[in-house]
Structure formats: C-alpha cells, structure tokens
Ligand binder design. Structure first.
Ligand code: DLL
Length: 433
C-alpha cells in the first residue's frame, strides 16, 4: 500500500520543517553553481540568506522552459558532469530539446517516487509490471522501470509499439499491472476487441496512465474495457519524469511527493499565488535534486491543489486532473477551451461514440471555426442517415453547451483517426500555419 510510509504520511508540521531545510540548501546550491540563477536572484535582489523557511519561496524568481533552452544543453546543471550518471530530454512543440541530468542520488529518489506511485496503485512484490511507455530519451519507460524494480516487482520492459506482441505478452505472462499513456490504453482495448480477446481472459488488475491529459470519462471507459483499475500518474522531465505525483487506491487526485517537489499554484498572468482549490498554473521547486535543481519552475499545466486529508492516510497535497497545458489552450472567438472539456462530453454523451477524436481549428473569413472529428464504435450503424444525424446533433448541442462555442461535428469511419503509441496529438490548429 505504501512504499515509504513514514515519509508519505508525515505530519504536516514536520514536513514543512523538512521542506524549509531542503529549500535553504537547494537555493544555496543553485546560487553557487549556476550562473543563470545567480544572475536572476541578483536582479530580483534576493540572496540565499533571505531564504529562511519554505514560506520565503515567494521571494524567488520563476524559472521557465526558455531558461533551460537558453542554457542548452547542460548550462542549468548544478552538478559537475563527472557526477551526472544519466541524461534525458524532451521535445517541445518548437525549438531545442529540454535536457535534464541526474546524479546517482537523483536516480535513487526518482525510483523511490515511482515505487510510491506503483505501491499506491496496488503494486506488490508479486506483481508483474508491463512497462509500455517508451524507453529512451523520454522518461516514461526508464522511470517506471527503476521504480518497479525497487519495489520488487517483476518488470517487463516492453516499451512502445508492436501491439500484437504486447497483447501476447499480457496474455502469456498473466501480467497484472500495465503502464502506458491513456490513449495507448484505449488503442490496446480496441486491438483486444479486434483480436476477439475478452479482457477478462487477461489478469490485469491496475494500470498507471499519464504523460498526457485525460478525463474521468476516459478513466471509466478504460476501466471497463481493460477490466482494471486505472490510476493517474503525473510528472514532467524537467522536474523528474513520471512519479512527481501519483494516485492512491482512492483514485481522487495525484498525491504530490512534496518532500521532494514543492508545489504552488499561481495565476497564469499575474503569477500571484492562488489559494487551495483555485485553478491556475502548477509551479514546482525541487527540494532534493542535485543534477538540475529547479526553482519555481513554471510547468504550464493547469490544475488546482487540495490539502484536504485523504482517507488513505497520506498527508501530501493532491492535484486535480490536469485540465491541459496553457500552451494547448485553444482560444476560439475569444473563448478559452481545453481539449479535455471536449473529451468529457464526447465520452459521456452517447455510448455509440468511440474514444477517438481530433480537434481542428481554422480561420475562415476572419472567423475562428472549430471542427471535431470523432469515430463511432464498431457496432454503431453508420449507414443509417438518421442515426448519423441524431448523434451529430446531440454531440453538437452538448459540446456547445459545455464550451459556449458551436462546433462542427463530423462522424468519421472507424480507424481513420491516427492512433498513438505514446502521447496523442488531439489538436490541429490551422490558424498557426
Ligand atoms: O510525460 C513524464 C511522464 C511519463 C509522466 C509517464 C507520467 C507518465 P514530459 O514528456 O516531460 O514527461 O511531459 C510532461 O506531460 O507537463 C503535462 O503537460 C503532461 N502530463 C504528464 N503527466 C500527465 C497526467 C512526461 N497524468 C508533460 N495528466 C506535463 C495530464 C500529464 N498531463
């Protein structure tokens, strides 16, 4: 149930003292070892000695992806290269890769955090863990791999791709835990259906899904179709990789492992801290990292934090589902829309609608338009014009009422929307091209 019970269930006061102590040393470390931090702090008129407790964090300047790009590849590293034992990188939508480095101790802590998330999702020494996140520069595969081994699970490093073989292994090995992106979980469920495999023939009990936004409706669909409990796992390479936060058996938001990563929610524009429960941009300060510690790193992810006690006994704050990244937010005729809002409606409006969709925005005669292509489940009768009209109308009305923009909904044939083995691309914004 727990991997590190004492730390996961630590009293809040004790946690704050630990966070304070760790923040003080992290700030000292970056000020002394990274010229870019020293410059930023000097400009902001703040010295390491001004940071006396975790509450002083608000005095510190923010760090952004641009800072990492400016220092490409290793400029923001605090540790000497001789102490860096691993390098990962993630590609954004534009420009250079964001490169991160880990010391031996960073790798140990990363594995511990992933082990906490796996234990929260029911992993035990007896479990067989199928890791279908990609291995390589992407952090998903190796992060959960090391966490699984540390917890004593039998790890199967399948990586992404070759779905037929994945299904074969899940069947033959009687795998009980799987981890991959939620969109790949849906694809896997489709392929199982096509191959005539009843998910009950598999032994899956739980899945850890993350690396991209997904909704409660998508969770229900995956749970039903793969016959397992679906847990959310959150992370980003800049801070760690997977395992910054993970859900417990209550499935009510990811617990942030805040003895290592201190979270804040700030207003996206004013950057002022927001109260518990208010949605804004998630910001993290690493408290124990050595390779590339980050101070008030702006994730661009939009969510809210709750400090309400969780019945599982863990005392750490939880984040609500990530609504999306502020960079992915679509502004259609002045209205802010996250793809996840559209997904929620598609997944709950009609059981004939399949979990495969694509959002296209364009500008025609100076007017923004929003098109949604969506597939129907195999069994739905596509030939009946009445059925097509009925579903199209229903989806249009329900989406319009959810987002205040009337979309053009188009039902497309099964399989025509591109499937993904990793992170899915749900939106094409033609206004940008
Ligand atoms: O996606 C790390 C990861 C791997 C997390 C496997 C979970 C499982 P990056 O490639 O750097 O790292 O992408 C990080 O993905 O800022 C979010 O926008 C998004 N993201 C990650 N987890 C979730 C989640 C990995 N559970 C970016 N829900 C983050 C929504 C997520 N979005």
């Amino acid at each position: 149930m727990y991997y590190q019970e004492r730390l996961e269930c630590m009293a809040r006061e004790e946690k704050r003292a630990l966070q304070s102590e760790r923040l003080i040393s992290t700030v000292k470390l970056v000020y002394e070892s990274v010229p870019a931090y020293r410059k930023k702090m000097d400009l902001a008129g703040v010295k390491p000695c001004d940071i006396k407790s975790i509450s002083d964090i608000v005095k510190l300047p923010f760090t952004t992806k641009q800072d990492l790009r400016d220092g490409y590849p290793f400029g923001m590293f605090s540790a000497d290269m001789e102490d860096i034992v691993r390098v990962h990188a993630s590609s954004g939508t534009t420009g250079k890769l964001t490169v991160v480095g880990y010391t031996e101790n960073d790798i140990k802590i990363w594995a511990e955090c992933c082990a906490r998330s796996l234990a929260g999702a029911g992993g035990t020494k007896k479990s067989l863990l199928h890791v279908a996140y990609g291995y390589g520069l992407f952090t998903g595969g190796l992060g959960l791999h090391y966490g699984g081994e540390l917890l004593g699970l039998s790890v199967v490093p399948v990586s992404s791709g070759n779905t037929a073989r994945q299904i074969q292994l899940l069947k033959d090995f009687k795998t009980d835990i799987i981890c991959c992106t939620p969109s790949y979980a849906v694809f896997l469920a489709d392929e199982l259906e096509k191959a005539g495999v009843d998910p009950k023939e598999l032994s899956l009990k739980s899945g850890l899904f993350g690396a991209e936004p997904w909704t409660e409706e998508m969770r229900k669909d995956i749970e039903k179709r793969l016959n397992l409990k679906a847990y959310d796992i959150y992370g980003l390479s800049e801070i760690l990789g997977p395992g910054v936060a993970g859900e417990c058996e209550k499935q009510s938001g990811c617990h942030i492992w805040d003895d290592h990563f201190y979270p804040e929610i700030v207003h996206e524009k004013t950057l002022k801290p927001l109260a518990d429960g208010k949605a804004g941009e998630l910001v993290f300060t690493t408290l124990t990292k050595e390779g590339i510690p980050l101070i008030r790193y702006r994730t661009r992810d939009i969510t809210a934090i709750t400090n309400e006690p969780c019945p599982c006994g863990r005392t750490s704050p939880r984040i609500k589902r990530i609504a999306g990244r502020s960079d992915d937010m679509l502004i259609i005729r002045g209205v802010n829309i996250f793809p996840s809002q559209i997904e929620s409606v598609l997944m709950s409006a009609d059981s004939r609608v399949a979990p495969h969709y694509h959002i296209i925005t364009d500008r025609v005669n100076n007017l923004d338009i929003l098109e949604i292509e969506v597939e129907l489940n195999d069994g739905a009768n596509f030939d009946e014009i009445k059925t097509v009209e009925e579903i199209t109308k229903k989806l249009t009305v329900e989406i319009a009422s959810a987002i205040s923009v009337v979309p053009k909904v188009r039902l497309v044939s099964t399989g025509s929307i591109k499937r993904s083995e990793g992170k899915s691309v749900r939106v094409t914004d033609r206004r940008k091209s």
